[in-house]
Design a binder for this molecule. Structure first.
Ligand code: G1P
Ligand code: ZN
Length: 543
């Protein structure tokens, strides 16, 4: 084997965000581009020689090509061993599980999550550390710094590895092991949930549809739901991962998972429906003609966690992102445990999970997870629901309605104004800041302002401070309005308005969220002047 040192020149604009580096496929296809970034990752790390790296991705276009390149660079940089998911596949939560189980030094995940794939779509790469979670900011900053001044990278001249063949191959001194992408994850799920009981549920004729959206969870869902748990064949739909996700947008929400939504709202709807995104970390939960908001889902999982083997001893605490509804807080109160409110983004949960302060965590954006890995986990949430359904023998809707009757209901909705003028959106946020100083204690419609601030978070573990995490107004009756600009959009700016009201009285629970929130929706526009300053008369997406 020869190790070649290749001269290169740095590219502009390689700054990775919290979810890694995401660009169009054509950008990654530029010569040296991926190589530069991978070498920059390795140059930012110390002491990995002889250690284990995990590599896998969501199966989108360029996943296999990128995997081959990474293997050659890893060998040239003297990793000892690389565990690669068969055919280059590993869901994001499975990659996290594999890193933890095999005590790997770290892992490289190839994914652009729920963004469309294919030659004209997006590609992405991110580095996870040994706890299985995304690299902290100081590591991603270091990678970025390296990528700005990189002059050469090291790569072997070895032949491509057969990614389809399970087993070991040598690349120089480095061993490449192609692993079953599902096995370690499956074993972990079997520890957490009562597979026998779920099997009995399916044997009794329980019906379900899981929409893998032609993304990475197909093989996971087929193995676990259909083969292990005995769900009838066909339970998993769109189960074959495709490089372009079948032309779809693999994001599990009521808009993009329309195949599933049509079935769950149609005649003869199955009893349970669920979907996951491109890389398997998001989830959507549906009952028969019934949508469970991600905020409610987190609260229901927390309230019923004791029914599952993995969480039968109770929860240390719950964590939710600030814009996520306060439904989980009511459960935490009843359980006498802490509920942490973190800024948007999964990375803020890592410290709480590592320190044993929180067991479950979730975001309103279809992300739910626990301390079993350090990523959010779509299929895990689905299995958690199945375990609860198997024990309680009630419908999804009944479980949620009983939950509301016990804890009260947090009506919730998110209104997104996508692709708006960036300057106007920033001005709107600045004006809010000024308006806020005059709002305290003021009546607004039938609401009285209790607090309004620009959310700032002090990490309870490392005491780091994160400012400017969104403008929020809390009213005395438990209603909230939150305004923030998206950190993940690619065109212009996206304003997200999160609306929430709390209703203890169950007679209101027949209402649809938009009806229940009508007054707050009006107030949000009055306070922020959305329509006027953004020139939009309605949100582009309502969740
Ligand atoms: C969005 C979601 C956020 C999630 C992130 C990454 O970020 O709102 O909850 O953590 O995607 O999946 P945003 O575009 O709002 O910054
Ligand atoms: Zn994702």
């Amino acid at each position: 084997m020869m190790i070649n040192t290749i001269s290169t020149t740095p590219f502009e604009g390689q700054k990775p965000g919290t979810s890694g580096l995401r660009k169009k496929v054509s950008v990654f296809q530029q010569s040296h581009y991926l190589e530069n970034f991978v070498q920059s990752i390795f140059d930012s790390l110390e002491g990995f020689q002889g250690k284990t790296l995990v590599v896998g991705g969501d199966g989108r276009y360029y996943n296999k090509t990128a995997t081959q390149i990474i293997l050659k660079i890893a060998a040239a940089n003297r990793f000892g061993r690389v565990l690669v998911g068969q055919n280059g596949l590993l869901s994001t939560p499975a990659a996290s599980a594999v890193i933890r189980k095999h005590q790997a030094f770290g892992g490289i995940i190839l994914s652009a999550s729920h963004n469309p794939g294919g030659p004209d779509g997006d590609f992405g790469i991110k580095y996870n550390i040994s706890n299985g979670g995304p690299a902290p900011e100081k590591v991603t900053e270091a990678i970025y710094e390296h990528s700005l001044k990189i002059m050469e990278y090291r790569i072997t001249d070895t032949a491509a590895i057969d990614l389809a063949q399970l087993g070991e191959t040598q690349v120089g001194d480095m061993t490449v092991e192609i692993i079953d992408p599902v096995a370690d994850y499956d074993a972990l799920m079997a520890q957490l949930f009562d597979f026998e009981r779920i099997k009995a549920l399916f044997q009794s004729g329980f019906t379900m549809r899981f929409d893998a959206m032609h993304a990475v969870t197909g093989p996971y869902a087929q193995t676990i739901l259909e083969q292990q748990l005995g769900a009838p064949p066909g339970t998993v739909m769109n189960g074959v991962p495709l490089e372009d996700f079948g032309g779809g947008h693999p994001d599990p929400n009521l808009t993009y998972a329309h195949d599933l939504v049509d079935i769950m709202y149609g005649d003869n709807a199955p009893q349970f429906g669920a979907a996951s995104d491109g890389d398997g970390d998001r989830n959507m939960i549906l009952g028969q003609r019934f949508f469970v908001t991600p905020s409610d889902s987190l609260a229901v999982l927390a309230a019923n966690a004791h029914l599952t083997p993995g969480y039968k001893d109770g929860l240390a605490g719950i964590a939710r992102s600030m814009p996520t509804s306060e439904a989980a807080d009511h459960v935490a109160d009843a359980l006498g445990i802490d509920c942490f409110e973190t800024p948007t983004g999964w990375k803020f949960f890592g410290n709480l999970l590592d320190a044993g302060k929180a067991t479950l965590c979730g975001e309103e954006s279809f992300g739910t997870g626990s301390n079993h890995v350090r990523e959010k986990d779509g299929l895990w949430a689905v299995l958690f629901w199945l375990n609860i359904l198997a024990v309680r023998q009630q419908s999804v809707e009944t479980i949620v309605r009983e939950h509301w009757a016990t804890y009260g209901r947090n009506f919730y909705s998110r209104h997104d104004y996508e692709g708006v003028d960036s300057k106007a959106a920033h001005e709107l946020m600045e004006n809010l800041y000024t308006t806020f100083s005059q709002l305290n204690g003021q009546p607004f419609g039938s609401h009285i302002v209790e607090y309004c601030d620009d959310f700032s978070y002090i990490d309870p573990v490392d005491h780091s401070i994160s400012d400017n995490q969104g403008m929020r107004i809390g009213f005395q009756d438990g209603s909230r309005l939150v305004f923030r600009l998206s950190g993940t959009g690619t065109e212009g700016a996206t304003l997200r308005v999160y609306l929430e009201s709390f209703e203890k009285d169950t007679t209101q629970h027949h209402l649809d969220a938009q009806e229940a929130l009508a007054e707050l929706i009006k107030l949000a526009d009055e306070i922020a002047g959305i329509k006027k300053s953004l020139g939009r008369d309605k949100p582009s997406v309502i969740t």
